[in-house]
Design a binder for this molecule. Sequence first.
Ligand code: DON
Length: 566
Amino acid sequence: MRKLVYLFTIILFVSCKNSEDVVSSVAAERGVIAEKAIVVSARKEASAIGLSILQKGGNAFDAMIATKMALAVSYPFAGNLGGGGFMVYRTANGETGALDYREKAPLLSSKNMYLDEDGNVLPQKSRLGAMAVGVPGTVAGIFETHERFGSMPIAKILEPVIQLAEKGFVITEKQQRNFIKYRQLFFEANQDTILFARTYAEGDTLKNPALAKTLKRLVKNGRAEFYEGETGEKMVNYLQEKGGILSMEDLEEYHTHWRDPVNVKFKNLNIISMPPPSSGGIVLGQILKMIEDFPLDEYGHNSLKTIQVLTEAERRAYADRSFYLGDPDYVDIPVDSLLSSGYLDRRMNTFSFEKATPSSSLEHGKIPGYESDETTHFSIVDQYGNAIAVTTTLNGAYGSKLYVEELGFFLNNEMDDFSSKPGFPNMFGLIGAEANAIAPGKKMLSSMTPTIIEKNGEFWMSVGSPGGSTIITSVLQTILNVSEFDMTMQQAVNAPRFHHQWLPDEILFEPSAFSEEILGSLRKKGYNINEGESTIIGKVDAILKLPDGRYEGGADRRGDDAAVGF
Ligand code: DON
């Protein structure tokens, strides 16, 4: 069947940019096809810079650093120096691993820091301005990656990024709309008109010379520039001036963690994904194991039965997320039990096609002995066979909106990913418990799900997405669209998505993408439908290895995302 789809799919090869046959732009039904290497990210400038590093002989890790920093320049919505993220990798010889460069709670933070005297949550405090900022991990993440896997000098890797910051990037229509949308909040957080709050038209070129200077100092002084040097000091001064609690001590104590990825077998696929402090790998793995025995391909893509099975598995997995998951350096997480087939079969025992399981009747599962919107993803495969999946974030759009003008970058509002108070939803409607309570130095629980998949022991897919709580289910559906529903990578990314996260007890649907017949049938079975509160669900960038050994990039139509390859 898959072969037939390939056969009838119209493949459009668009524009060869330079002599090396760079393929750019995206075809409707099938994404960009590349012979040897491919980069898919949220901006074409960033994808092109990543690819240029590969063309100079660099590897996927060198390209990761370049792409990531190019996103900080051209996609300040989520690309960052003032945030954090995760990388999952698989090297050409099959070694896999994960890097955690997630933000941390400042040392002066405390469990009830976002509550007023009466114990009520002050949601703005964890979202806007200086108190929302967690200790950034991005710069540590890129230097750690470079130290372990880099093959080119950092100066050479960052050269095109610095040029991009100096020469500028072209503002897209979506970007221009966002600058206007967030202008008032930029002003509230900074009490000043920052670079991105000025008036721009679509097509204008935006230069960020301050960021170019910061990047040059990073080249010169390395990681210490950010965690001990001038950049760190300027950032901390700015934060403290605006009422923040982050100090130089926080920066000095920051470190990344290499972690063992979550490994889950789903049919003939080996899913390699992000472990805690992200919930991504565990929740994705739980859902996949819970649905494994249902013949989704027979039910059909986005059919009533498929939606029911996925929804009920998602509901159960997110209930566990809320109770069990947090920073593994602070809480014990029963990872093996949560992913064991026996446990997950029991969780699905109460499922029936006749009727929805109300979330109010469902808690986290019982494990014996246990007490207790903005992000961006990119995927790269290089010509040597190394693959990476990276998701990085400031949390909300432009993070805390706090922008250090002198340094050229935004600071995150990742503190909102903690549970400010048990049962009180964060900006993604997620509720948490003790496991994800605030503590000094602790990492806030994430949903980011950078994932690499092997088939028959070889690289098969690299995938990930932004979207807060909807990241996990976006990644899930993208995988299933290819593995169960025979779609091309681009079709899998394009297909309409839905999402359930236990609480609120509703299925979120992308607007106007699901028939009234299906929605009506779901309502009759007791499902609450939310169609339209979110305009899009996830923004997936992914790479699939085709049977003939070439790669297909899937760049999400929902953004300005672009795949390029050679
Ligand atoms: O780590 C997390 O799960 C969130 N901070 C991700 C935020 C996000 O995806 C926003 N993008 N739409």
